[in-house]
Design a protein around this ligand. Sequence first.
Ligand SMILES: [Zn+2]
Length: 397
Amino acid sequence: MSVHQLPGEVWIQVLGYLCVADKHSVRATCIDFRELVDCGLLWKDWTIVLAFPKASYNSPFWEMLRRRKINKVVVRSTRAKDWRQLARCLPSITTVVMERSSQEILDVLKNFTHLKHLAVRCSCTSLLLTASAVHKAERLTHLSICRVQFPSKSIEHLISAFIDFRNLTSLVCHDTELNEECTMTTYLILGCLPRLKHLSLTCGRNVQAVLRHTTPLPVKEAHALSSLELIHCDHSLPQDAMKLLPNLQRLVLIYKYSDKDFVADIWFAAMREDLKAWLSALHRLSTLVIKLGPHVNRYVPNLIHLHIDPWPSCLGTITAEIPQLFPKLQSLKIRGKHVPEEDFLGFQKMADLRYVEMLDSRPQFSEMAAKLQVLTKYRVQVIDSHQRDILDCDCSL
Ligand SMILES: [Zn+2]
């Protein structure tokens, strides 16, 4: 069939069903298909990873990216000249991820005049990241800082840099080696960025029990915050902390320890009590993720999405309880090493359940998955894999 026998819009619809490899095969057949495949509609929300190999990229490559309207880029080069070429060739970029950062490439950021989302990761030397590093600080809505060293280890120093990014709605701040404990960091950040909807933090290291409750709760509630992610969250916030987050819909808790032997029973019991208290204050919670922590034994009637990856020894008891504790679940992700078949098939009791993802599944898992699908008349989709968003860092994996 000739490309001209169908209108362009119809071809775009058809090509939209193809995977990337197939799109590229079609693109290689003739100039007409090359133009069709490079239509921006087919690459909406697409992110490109640029490693800048020695041969670098030629002008047809940049022209192809411009036609596809690519505006999200992950860059793996540390050479400032590559960054300058990127700013020159793709001036409309809105999202930049620096996978390995340095002060030299940070200084090129000003050249990206449309920047809204910035992620800075893995610096070997300390970086001076302030509002003056970007073209317009007030345009930035998403900022992610992960494993980056700063000239000062004081949170006040970082906060003074954040204040100028006043329109931030999402802030990720991981492994920045700041001295402060998590409670103080959280309150200071929420106080200076009132528009924040999503906050992800790595909590301070080795926070001792005596530090808990030493920070008084601020009077003001953070009404905008709907998503909170705490990495290494063991004993990080006081039990009444969630009262300040009345609109929180998503809570992600990733605990520090990977081996129960390191955790005293009393410490573990305290974590369970903290978790119970936090959940009791969150009346709008619809998504809960808990990794390497205690199991949840509190009734959360309106929870829609649950991802639970607890201590292996705890999983056996919780699996059977899930339908009673979370009756409205629509999606469930669970590490499945020790899930008894009877309990797994019990998931059919959740009438709204549509999606089950098993992590770390056993060989006989596909048989169990097929049984659950039959029992739910194929209402529930069961998969055993997980794909991560390339724009996210891997701290919460
Ligand atoms: Zn991270």
